[in-house]
Design a protein around this ligand. Structure first.
Ligand SMILES: [Zn+2]
Length: 346
């Protein structure tokens, strides 16, 4: 098309010359050159506006027709029914080639979670899911965090405008599980034994050891006369089965509002058998997570009498266990969608 106005003719020539080289042909509609003509239109005296505007519009329509002709042909793939079984789509001629289903694998984190809860199920623990959005009561109050208590700062996570919380730990499920199990505990003398492997969230500065989203494995056990000795025995058997090693353990004093006493659970290094290596910083010991005896206030909050019953709880980062087991150096690999990393676990 020939344009009368020299400015419009010049822009048309320029755009025509670059069109072929554009990766995204639609970008021509947003080009600075076309925009400059619209800017120019605004500054013209009224008697010139109509003629100039008409030609700019013609140019715009011409550009759009170039785009349509190219983009339409590029999009001319037959559609597939994504809800249909795999072979229905591949049997149709000229379909896009789909990746063979055998190329997909279970994410290493998920297969390890299956393995971990398999061991704990055989030990008598029921498995529960956590919630990915929860409230202040289950995140803090039911777990003996008084309002405005500084311990809340250790659980800095994401909060909606309405005050709902992306849980920073799976302990949000403790009150619910204790309440649900109370009847069987009191009337039928059945202990409460539950594990919760699920996703939690923290407002973290990301590095090789810290992610904003990760998996935690919570465990709780309540019965008559439960002591720290039971806690140690259960965790030692579970971790020994997971790492396929006889591990030594020690408890280091710690503080959590919802356990008393509280501990850091430390195990003998699974790599060097305590000879000292880089993984354990030559100490022979590795911290695996937090644990302790459930605080009487947490039992009371679930209507369980702390004079008659006691229990223990633990919360371990699942990525940390998997990283130790498979010698993975960076926690960020798990959410990276990096196929080179994922295919090692086929
Ligand atoms: Zn070591």
């Amino acid at each position: 098309m020939a344009y009368q106005n020299p400015d419009i003719a010049r822009v048309a020539d320029t755009l025509k010359s670059v069109f072929e080289s554009l990766d995204d042909k639609r970008a021509i509609m947003r080009s600075l050159e076309l925009g400059s003509l619209y800017d120019q239109l605004k500054t013209l005296p009224p008697d010139q506006k109509a003629g100039f505007g008409k030609e700019v519009n013609e140019l715009k329509n011409e550009l759009q027709s170039w785009v349509d002709s190219v983009v339409e042909t590029a999009d001319e793939h037959p559609s597939i029914d994504i809800t249909a079984p795999f072979d229905i789509n591949v049997a149709v001629k000229d379909q896009p080639v789909l990746l063979p289903a055998s190329q997909g694998t279970i994410h290493p984190l998920m297969s390890e979670v299956e393995h971990i809860i398999g061991i704990l199920s055989r030990m008598g623990f029921s498995v529960y899911e956590s919630r990915e959005i929860d409230d202040d009561y289950h995140m803090f109050t039911s777990l003996n965090f008084p309002a405005d208590h500084p311990a809340r700062d250790d659980y800095d996570t994401f909060v909606t405008d309405e005050g709902l919380i992306a849980p920073a730990h799976t302990s949000t499920m403790q009150n619910r599980i204790l309440r649900a199990g109370k009847n069987d505990l009191v009337k039928n003398d059945l202990p409460i034994a539950a594990v919760i492997p699920d996703r939690v969230f923290r407002n973290e500065d990301l590095d090789a050891r810290h992610e904003h989203t990760f998996y935690q494995l919570e465990g709780i056990y309540v019965d008559h006369g439960v002591s720290t000795a039971h806690l140690i025995a259960v965790l030692k058997s579970w971790l020994g089965a997971y790492f396929e090693k006889d591990i030594k353990v020690k408890l280091q004093p710690f503080y959590f509002p919802f356990t008393e006493p509280s501990f850091e659970f430390v195990a003998s290094c699974v790599f060097c058998n305590q000879k000292g290596c880089n993984i354990c910083s030559q100490s022979g010991w590795i911290e695996l997570g937090g644990c302790g005896m459930i605080h009487p206030n947490v039992l009371k909050e679930a209507d369980i009498d702390p004079a008659a019953y006691s229990g223990f709880a633990w919360g371990f980062g699942i990525e940390r266990l998997v990283m130790l087991k498979h010698d993975i150096e960076d926690v960020r690999y798990f959410h990276s969608a990096n196929l080179k990393f994922l295919r090692q676990f086929k």
